[in-house]
Write a protein that binds this ligand. Structure first.
Ligand code: SF4
Length: 293
């Protein structure tokens, strides 16, 4: 049944590397493997935004030819075939040898709903989650690995997104909710996002009430928004407000690992480990569990 797709998959295969995170590495439309040295294995990415469209425009975004918009309709027949094809390769044990994955990294760490845009902008979001999870369960990839939705959180107020989060919760998944600034001015510059703090808290509450949620925050130095006390103070105040109003325990801080593909790329500087750790300690003092990448 999946023979044609399998041939395409093999014909397009490359060597997986921790620096090449291209979405088409396996030659598939929706499914892409990423080798992560940090995670210690392979992450199976699911990209619904095959049109490179997002409702935000983050200055550090690594999506090529990023455009404003939402994900196109999913072709569920293709998605199902790709999932079966991919998981069959895993089960048969041929995936790691075909992609020359080092032995130390030969394990699936997570399935991540994360692509070239905001994944929750896709129609039939809950149906897509069901299909991915049921197929992964069939091949016993779940529940052995994590199931993660990586989102900017902007659409959490929508009923179809909330239904998807409920399904994600049912499958033991979790949400990584992006917050990159402590106030509206900062987020306008970083994400081109228009939600004020109250609106973000409201969306974070929707998220955390429906599914286990963590905050994911990208930190960097940017001349229009320099990384100094002035930038950090609103952040800390906002995190304090979040702590008081949302059921959130974990904050994941990371900095730039690969170059942005947006015009601002040359203006951005990754923070040093010392800068990251110093800020992590400040967040920890607010009562969060903090991880730094
Ligand atoms: S939310 Fe993600 S995909 Fe959208 S612009 Fe920002 S980094 Fe890119």
């Amino acid at each position: 049944m999946y023979a044609v797709l399998r041939i395409t998959f093999i014909k397009n295969m490359k060597q997986l590397s921790t620096t090449d995170h291209s979405r088409d590495i396996a030659g598939l439309k929706y499914v892409y493997p990423v080798l992560s040295r940090r995670a210690g294995g392979v992450s199976i990415g699911i990209n619904f935004n095959t049109n490179n469209a997002c409702n935000w425009r983050c200055v550090y975004c690594q999506v090529p030819d990023l455009q404003r918009g939402v994900a196109p309709l999913i072709d569920f027949t293709v998605l199902e075939k790709e999932l079966h094809c991919f998981f069959q390769q895993l089960k048969a044990g041929t995936f790691y040898t075909q992609f020359n994955v080092p032995e130390s990294l030969q394990q699936i760490k997570d399935i991540a709903l994360s692509g070239n845009g905001e994944p929750t902008s896709v129609q039939e979001f809950a149906r897509a989650i069901d299909l991915v999870a049921e197929t992964a369960l069939h091949y016993q990839v779940l529940p052995r690995c994590h199931f993660v939705l990586i989102t900017n959180g902007s659409l959490m107020h929508q009923k179809n997104v909330q239904q998807g989060l409920q399904r994600l919760h049912d499958y033991g998944g979790e949400v990584w909710f992006k917050i990159d600034g402590g106030n509206l001015d900062g987020r306008k510059m970083i994400n081109d996002c228009r939600d004020d703090n109250e609106r973000i808290i409201e969306k974070l509450q929707y998220s955390s009430q429906l599914c286990h949620s963590k905050i994911q925050t990208c930190l960097f130095d940017y001349p229009r928004f320099p990384w100094n006390e002035q930038a950090q103070e609103p952040f800390l105040q906002f995190f304090q407000q979040i702590k008081a109003q949302c059921d959130i325990q974990d904050v994941m801080l990371y900095t730039l690992a690969r170059p942005s593909l947006q015009p601002e790329a040359h203006e951005l500087r990754a923070l040093t480990s010392t800068e990251m750790q110093a800020f992590a300690q400040k967040i920890e003092r607010l009562g969060f569990t903090v991880s730094v990448t």
